[in-house]
Design a protein around this ligand. Structure first.
Ligand code: NAD
Ligand code: ZN
Length: 346
């Protein structure tokens, strides 16, 4: 089969590699029908994620058809169309029993395209298939389902649930990439009174408005002042950080009202400054975390019921064999306007 192989920082190629085989009783081998590229794949290619060794097949967001399952797999069968979650879970350890799959102690967690070969390939071996893949209802198409592999559960769990968005809240979303946009979409499920998106890119601000942000500002347009104008000088109830820079994290802490919540979703490449000397007296709550994907079944039901519209997320489409071109379009997002790039077998 063909696969996108990481060959060390800055190097990747679409190579011929052996097909994956079942290795453990809980495994499934899945034919990849649709797959997308994540900002995290670009971090890996830059060399920011040292656990990824040269030779690794990248990718952790896909939809496919089950080909073969190990003897202990009970929830899926060959022929089933499934969503492959970005988080794999043994389902048995202390953390998995609390649905904290991202912290799985039994060999799961974020492993696909990280510690084991990923999904940007013709086929993939998925361990712990019972808890790591989700059968897809017919009414959910491949492209929509792809948005549930990572970006929707991440934005919803770490951003919206982490920040405890409540009806009537004023919510600031800093960063309107796929994660920030998914945070806007899923925050709306809780009927906030205002969503203010902040992003330097005009195209991303436009996308934020399309997802339902009431106001979209560039960082230079005095977001702090604008948020205070809207909130009787107090600040936002919730600020969701969806960039991963020290400055945007600090902006979130300044945007928030006394007793408000800052939910950090961004992956930070280094330390950020935390002004505890200012935050303690204002009773600000800070949360962060790796996605668990415990919400995937819920989000899948909402997608099937038409309660979530993810049709605006995929901006570019390619056949699977044009993976290199798809990466180029995704890497040049500021020029191409790419949000999510989907590749499909057909
Ligand atoms: P992205 O790079 O596509 O989007 C980031 C957005 O931030 C861009 O639109 C960019 O224009 C904007 N931005 C840059 N500087 C800014 C500034 N000063 N102020 C406001 N906006 C600014 O990334 P993404 O795929 O949307 O992911 C967002 C973050 O979430 C990344 O750090 C990613 O690694 C992280 N992430 C976290 C988890 C998790 O489990 N916590 C999972 C997946 C991704
Ligand atoms: Zn991802």
């Amino acid at each position: 089969m063909k696969a996108l192989v990481f060959h060390g920082p800055g190097k990747r190629s679409w190579d011929e590699v052996p097909d994956p085989k079942l290795q453990d009783p809980g495994d499934a081998v899945i034919r990849v029908d649709a797959v997308t590229i994540c900002g995290t794949d670009l971090h890996i290619l830059k060399g920011d994620v040292p656990a990824v060794e040269p030779g690794r097949i990248l990718g952790h967001e896909a939809v496919g058809t089950v080909q073969e399952v190990g003897p202990s797999v009970t929830t899926v069968r060959p022929g089933d169309r499934v969503l492959i979650s970005c988080i794999t879970a043994c389902g048995r350890c202390r953390f998995c029993r609390e649905s904290a799959y991202g912290q799985c102690l039994g060999g799961g967690g974020w492993i696909l395209g990280h510690r084991i070969d990923g999904v940007q390939a013709g086929y993939v071996r998925v361990p712990f298939a019972d808890t790591s893949v989700h059968p897809l209802p017919q009414e959910v198409g491949d492209e929509a389902a792809l948005m549930l592999a990572d970006i929707l559960p991440t934005a919803y769990e770490v951003g919206v649930l982490g920040g405890r968005v409540t009806p009537g809240d004023v919510v600031a979303v800093v960063g309107a990439g796929p994660i920030g946009l998914a945070a806007i979409l899923t925050a709306r499920l809780f009927a906030p009174s205002r969503i203010i998106a902040i992003d330097p890119s005009g195209a991303r601000r436009e996308a934020a408005r399309r997802q339902g942000a009431h106001i979209a500002l560039a960082p230079g347009e005095n977001p702090e002042g604008r948020v205070r104008e809207l909130t009787e000088g107090l600040g936002a109830d919730v600020a969701i950080e969806a960039v991963g820079l020290p400055g945007t994290f600090e902006l979130c802490t300044r945007l928030i009202r006394p007793g408000g919540r800052v939910a950090n979703v961004g992956v930070h490449g280094g330390p950020a400054t935390l002004h505890l000397e200012e935050l303690w007296i204002r009773n600000v709550t800070l949360t962060t975390g790796l996605v668990d994907t415990h919400s995937t079944p819920t989000l899948l039901r909402m997608l099937a019921a038409g309660q979530l519209d993810v049709s605006g997320f995929t901006t570019h489409r390619f056949p699977l064999g044009r993976m290199e071109e798809a990466y180029e379009v995704f890497e040049q997002a500021s020029k191409t306007g790419a949000l999510k790039v989907a590749l499909s077998r057909t």
